[in-house]
Design a protein around this ligand. Sequence first.
Ligand SMILES: CSC[C@H]1O[C@H](OP(=O)(O)O)[C@H](O)[C@@H]1O
Length: 334
Amino acid sequence: MTVDGEPQSVLWQDGCIVAVDQVALPHHERRIRITRVDQLIATVSRLAIRGAPSLAAAGALGVLLSAHSRRTPFDAAGIRADAGRLAAARPTAVNLRWAVDRMLAVLDGGYPALEREADAILGEIVTANAALASATADFVCAATARHRLRVLTHCNTGWLATLRIGTALGAVLRLHERGRLERVYCTETRPLLQGARLTCWELDRAEVPHALLVDSAAAAVMARGAIDCVIVGADRIAANRDTANKVGTLALAIAARHHGIPFVVAAPTSTIDEATPSGAGIPIEHRYAEEVTHFGLELTAPRRTEVENPAFDVTPGELVSAVITEHGVYRPGG
Ligand SMILES: CSC[C@H]1O[C@H](OP(=O)(O)O)[C@H](O)[C@@H]1O
């Protein structure tokens, strides 16, 4: 699935949504053809479409998909109901609701207005990510002394997660293109292994030197002086820069601060939620216990074992060296 010669994670094709099945990767490159909103909600819920900017694209195209089936006669109430269920599918990434709200704001304009808005939203996502990837690479080059950098990143923030151009991983690719990258360390990212399955797959295809780490090895790699900078994405950034991102991010931020390593968040402004004053107000998605207790085989024996499976954690803004958006360094309040 390519647009303008570049791979794209989600797109509109002949009245339906077509998406890369991220659950099937890295061993199977499959597409999913989505014709109904309920099917899209199920696809988002099982993380076959995932990543905050890709969720925004799914939100915009999901409202368009609802309108496509409800356009004669135009059923605005039915579209709103579909949009509400879609926006609630994954509550932490603000980008999903941002895109849905953008679409609902032009609902009165009918199907043509929704088509134009969906096209505008997807274009803005790509443009914003291209700018922030370069801005993040610029910031990291200025903030670190070493010429060829050793970067650590978490989860997956490449084109799979971000529609076409990566955020944190987009910055890594820019560093590589500039000859400023020695190696990128990717944490596996338990329990769904977005790092091991998706980031390594993207970096291998891009021929970028990388190494896979179990999540719990990251602090020790920092301790031996092997990391010059940590660059991660985000799912929601509160007004005080508290940042919700894949679970495990907080531990990396604490370890980076302890070792004096810059900790940089790369995210478009659509990830910033200034209506939420601090991380305490960010809804954290809790997912199924089986994601922790099983990976093919059952990992635990006792039947009385309880499981906590938060999909995200919140890093306090004071542990974040900088938030870089398409407009450069984000400073709350401008
Ligand atoms: C640039 S993608 C942002 C964000 O989304 C991922 O979460 P998930 O895999 O659950 O969709 C992860 O937190 C990334 O950093």
